[in-house]
Every structure is written in structure tokens, then in C-alpha cells.
Design a protein around this ligand. Structure first.
Ligand SMILES: [Zn+2]
Length: 224
């Protein structure tokens, strides 16, 4: 079972998740080295961290991408729920999209209250594909992103009985476009719970759901 988005290097997390292979994104220069101890890591600058980064960090990021073969660029994106300079966020977002295009790598996108802008900007880089992790947009936006070759990641949020809107979206989407994740709660039970919930929504076996999500992650991130 592949965990498509897990911050395994955070201090409060102890040990590697059992029975799960994980895609481990970074959030900025502070953990670009730490994430590299995992087989499947991504390098990027999270929108919450843009204030602590400068142009030369983007240059350093490009250097590390060239030398260290990350499986993706991320986590990066746009977060309009936070009071973080929008212009700054947009600069780091487009800069990292350009890197993805230049080095032919998939992207791991954080989009909170910004899905419309994310779609608008992704359309300018039609060769770039990736995962919208922790998807929180509308059903229409989900369909648009899928038509652009993107995969949508769903985590613990979908297991909350109150998340009826999200569950309705999951029900409407093809399983060929879904990924399962735990984000910053990377333990095995949480990932299983997400898989069980989505399987129930889709009325298929957990095994079928997990196999499909694993294949989705393998194909997007070109895992071997
Ligand atoms: Zn994350």
C-alpha cells in the first residue's frame, strides 16, 4: 500500500510506517537533506515557507534536483487561507512549475482556497502532471484537473462523517485518478482507514481500491 503523501521526517513522527511505501515531500530548505533518507522523496518549497526563502534557495533547489534525482517536485502550491503574501506565493509557485517542466518531473501540489488559480496556472504548463494532495476543491474543479492528467490525493479528511461534500466528490471520480495519503499523520492505521472509507464510498473491495491507487502512484511517480 503506497502512501502518496506523508511527512515522515517531522519530529513527532517516529519510525517508518509499516506495510506502506511512502512518498515523502519536503517543505523547504530545512528538510531537503532529511527527506533524502527515504527512497521516494520530493524536493520543494511549501507555500507556508515562502517567506523564509529567497531566490538563491530556488537556485539551490534546482541544483539538488539536478544532482539528487527526487521523484517529484513538492510540496509546493498556493494557500489563500493563510496570511502569506500572495505575490510571493505566486512567484515560488510558478518558479517550481518551471523546474518541473525543465526537468520533466511530476509535481505535488498544496492548494487551499486557491484551486481556481492553481488550475489557471497549471494550464500554462500543459506538460506538467502531478498530484493535488489533500484535494479540497469542487467536483467541477476535480473533473477539470483529471482531464489535465492530474491525480487527486485524499486523506483522513474523507473519513470524517461530516465531510459529506468531499465524500460526494470521491464517489463521482474514477478510481484511476485517486491517491490515498496521510499527510502529517503518517501511521499505517490511518492509511488503511482512508482506503477502507474510499472503498466503501465506491462500493468496491479494499483490495481493488488499494491495487488501483498503488498503480496510480507507480505510474505518476514512475516508481520502480
Ligand atoms: Zn503535505
Amino acid at each position: 500500500m503506497i502512501n502518496s503523501h506523508a511527512h515522515l521526517d517531522f519530529e513527532e513522527v517516529t519510525g517508518i510506517v509499516e506495510n506502506a511505501v511512502a512518498i515523502v515531500p519536503s517543505v523547504g530548505s530545512q528538510n531537503w537533506t532529511a527527506v533524502q533518507s527515504y527512497p521516494y522523496f520530493a524536493l520543494g518549497i511549501h507555500p507556508w515557507m515562502v517567506e523564509y526563502h529567497e531566490q538563491q534557495d530556488l537556485e539551490q533547489l534546482e541544483y539538488l534536483i539536478k544532482c539528487n534525482n527526487p521523484i517529484a517536485i513538492g510540496e509546493f502550491g498556493l494557500d489563500y487561507a493563510r496570511d502569506i503574501d500572495k505575490k510571493e506565493q505566486l512567484h515560488f509557485f510558478t518558479s517550481q512549475l518551471k523546474l518541473a517542466q525543465r526537468y520533466d518531473l511530476p509535481v505535488i501540489i498544496h492548494a487551499v482556497k486557491s484551486t481556481e488559480d492553481v488550475i489557471f496556472l497549471l494550464k500554462k504548463y500543459p506538460k506538467v502532471v502531478g498530484e493535488i494532495h489533500g484535494f479540497s476543491g469542487s467536483e467541477q474543479q476535480a473533473i477539470t484537473l483529471i482531464s489535465m492528467g492530474f491525480y487527486l490525493g485524499f486523506g483522513l479528511q474523507v473519513t470524517n462523517p461530516k465531510s459529506t461534500r468531499l465524500q460526494k466528490i470521491v464517489k463521482a471520480l474514477p478510481i484511476e485518478s485517486l491517491l490515498i495519503e496521510t499527510d502529517d499523520h503518517p501511521n499505517a492505521q490511518d492509511l488503511s482507514l482512508v482506503a477502507e472509507t474510499i472503498a466503501e464510498i465506491k462500493q468496491i473491495s479494499v483490495e481493488k481500491l488499494v491495487t488501483q491507487c498503488d498503480n496510480n502512484a507507480i505510474s505518476l511517480f514512475r516508481l520502480q
